[in-house]
Design a protein around this ligand. Structure first.
Ligand SMILES: NC(=O)C1=CN([C@@H]2O[C@H](COP(=O)(O)OP(=O)(O)OC[C@H]3O[C@@H](n4cnc5c(N)ncnc54)[C@H](OP(=O)(O)O)[C@@H]3O)[C@@H](O)[C@H]2O)C=CC1
Ligand SMILES: O=C(CO)COP(=O)(O)O
Length: 343
């Protein structure tokens, strides 16, 4: 059994700490707000993020950063993407020996357009980093924390590291697969949040299941189109971290991205929605990054572009949907047709 540190005591960090604790590991769960950590230790609950869930006794809340990283070989990084660089900066000044970092965040950094594993490699000196692994897939914290059946994927440039993380997390309720395609895994996990926001919007506008199916399918098409050009394996997008995560996020009331979109579709404004959510809505930042990536790689991403206009250019959601539907007619498999014609 191992000593593992989870950085980030929100919904996902806490749910993953439960999985690791169930597997018999001793888990230090670090959070930056001492009052939350005191509550976790005193009540064995994290009521704000996972109401009603009892935490196993082998999870120890720690608010002192240095103490949380003492004598540890594996660190699970579970903070929102916008906090990642700050946490890594603190980490490189704190740890003295190399660690494997498992990141579980779903986003792409706007402007730099870096995936999270790339940010980790940039921010952590080589001598302090054994491996970088990403754990991703269709997995709402609310269900994982109640031991509902869940499947995810562990991915790394080093398959031995991906397998090591698979072994740490896998159990009867939490099945972990491996996939060497870290680019595809990270792109799928990040960009599905854009489509989930859009799915929430169409639901909020009162459209039905047909619109939802269209968004999931055409959303996957644009994610795969961009992801493949960026070096991801096209097959990864039909796996857990592609279509799997799209389905769960576009169809579940647990999804913060879907919920935020739903409120936007019902006419609320973005600032108000984000303020009231109380948890991270990664898709907003990632829509900016997705929009920039579409321009950079000259890839058609109509849903991403429509959402960008709604979020950042004040376009009314209904107008954005109408514009999407009024696009020039095209072949469903236009990418495939282009590939065949260029052979
Ligand atoms: N929730 C889920 O079901 C899943 C989430 N993810 C991903 O996991 C990542 C984390 O999300 P999740 O746990 O759900 O988010 P939450 O909003 O539930 O929690 C975020 C946590 O990060 C903390 N935090 C925010 N900023 C900082 C900072 N600068 N330094 C340290 N801690 C900080 C917050 O602290 P505070 O309490 O002070 O706000 C909070 O504890 C996201 O990228 C998300 O996409 C992936 C799979 C499933
Ligand atoms: O990534 C998730 C489920 O796989 C969680 O999605 P939300 O961030 O939209 O809640």
């Amino acid at each position: 059994m191992e000593q593992i540190t989870v950085l980030g005591a929100g919904s996902w960090g806490t749910a993953l700490a439960i999985v690791l604790a169930d597997n018999g590991h001793h888990v230090k769960l670090w959070g930056h707000r001492p009052e939350l950590i005191e509550e976790i230790n005193a009540t064995k609950k994290n009521e704000k993020y996972l109401p009603g869930v009892e935490l196993p006794s082998n999870i120890e809340g720690v608010s002192h950063f240095k103490e949380s990283l003492m004598d540890v070989n594996t660190v699970v990084l579970a903070v929102p993407t916008k906090a990642i660089r700050d946490v890594l900066k603190d980490m490189r000044q704190t740890i003295k020996k190399p660690v494997t970092i498992v990141h579980v965040s779903k986003g792409i950094e706007p402007d730099s357009l870096l995936r999270i594993s790339e940010i980790i490699e940039l921010e952590m000196p080589e001598e302090l980093l054994t491996d970088v692994v990403v754990l991703s897939g269709p997995s709402h914290a609310e269900e994982v924390s109640q031991r509902h059946i869940t499947t995810v994927t562990s991915s790394s440039k080093n398959m031995k590291a991906a397998e090591y993380i698979q072994d740490l997390f896998i159990n009867q309720n939490f099945r972990v697969y491996t996939n060497p395609d870290i680019i595809g895994v990270e792109i799928g996990g990040a960009l599905k949040n854009i489509i989930a926001l859009a799915a929430g919007i169409t639901d909020g506008l009162g459209y039905g299941d047909n619109a939802k199916a269209a968004l999931i399918t055409r959303g996957l098409a644009e994610i795969a189109r961009l992801g493949s050009i960026m070096g991801g394996n096209p097959l990864t997008f039909s796996g857990l971290t592609g279509i799997g995560d799209l389905i769960v996020t576009c169809t579940s009331v647990h999804s913060r991205n879907w919920r935020a979109g739903n409120l936007l579709g019902k006419g609320h404004n973005l600032d108000e929605v984000l303020q009231n959510m109380g948890m991270v809505v990664e898709g907003v930042r990632t829509t900016k990054a997705g929009y920039q990536l579409a321009k950079k790689y000259n890839v058609k991403m109509p849903i991403t572009e429509a959402l960008y206009d709604v979020l950042f250019n004040g376009k009314a959601p209904k107008e954005a949907v109408d514009a999407l539907m009024a696009r020039v007619k095209t072949h469903e498999m236009e990418d495939l047709v282009n590939i065949m014609e260029n052979r």
